[in-house]
Write a protein that binds this ligand. Sequence first.
Ligand code: 5GP
Ligand code: MG
Length: 177
Amino acid sequence: MSSQPQAHILFSREEIETMVKRLAAEIKKDYQGKHPLLLGILKGSFMFMADLIRFLDFPLEIEFIRLSSYGRGRSTSGKIKVVQGLRSSIKDRDVLVIEDIVDTGLTISFLLDYLQKKKPASLKLCALTDKHSRRQIPVTIDYLGFTVPNKFIVGYGLDWDEKFRNLPDICVLEGEG
Ligand code: 5GP
Ligand code: MG
C-alpha cells in the first residue's frame, strides 16, 4: 500500500492575508488613475487573484488565460501552449499577470513574450511564490508574495495531480512518489 503524501504548512492563512494586503497596497499605489487588466494564469492563481482583488478598491478588469506546460510529472517540459487564450484585446492596456509560482521561469517567460507582442501599454508580473533556486531564465517579478524553498508546493490554488488546491495555507508536500 502506498502512503498518502502529507502537506505541511509553510505559510499560514494569516501570513498569506498579511502578504496579500501588502501586495495590494503596492499595486494600488502603482496603478493610481489607471484601469488595469489583471490576467490570471489558470488554474493555480485563482485563489490568490480572488483574494488580491478584494483589496484593490479601484476600477480594474480581470481575465484568465490557460497554459499547458506541465504534461505529466513535477517539472516543466519547456513546451508551453496557450490552451485558453484571451477573449479581449490587451493592446494599450495596463496588464498585470497573476501567477502562482515561478520555478524555472520557462512558463512565465513564454507568456510574457506572447503578451508583449500584443502591444500592451504596460506589462507587469505579480507572483504568489518564487522558487528562485530553480531559475533557468531570468524573470523580473514586480510584485512577489513569498520566496519558497526547492520543494513541491501545494495549497492556496496550487495542486499536485489536481489535488490540494483547496488547502487554505501554502504547504510543502512530502512523501509523494
Ligand atoms: P516554470 O515554467 O517556471 O518551471 O513552472 C511554472 C509552473 O510550474 C507553475 O505555473 C506551476 O504550474 C508549476 N510548478 C512549478 N513548481 C511547482 C510547485 O512546487 N508546485 C506546484 N503545484 N506547481 C509547480
Ligand atoms: Mg501555473
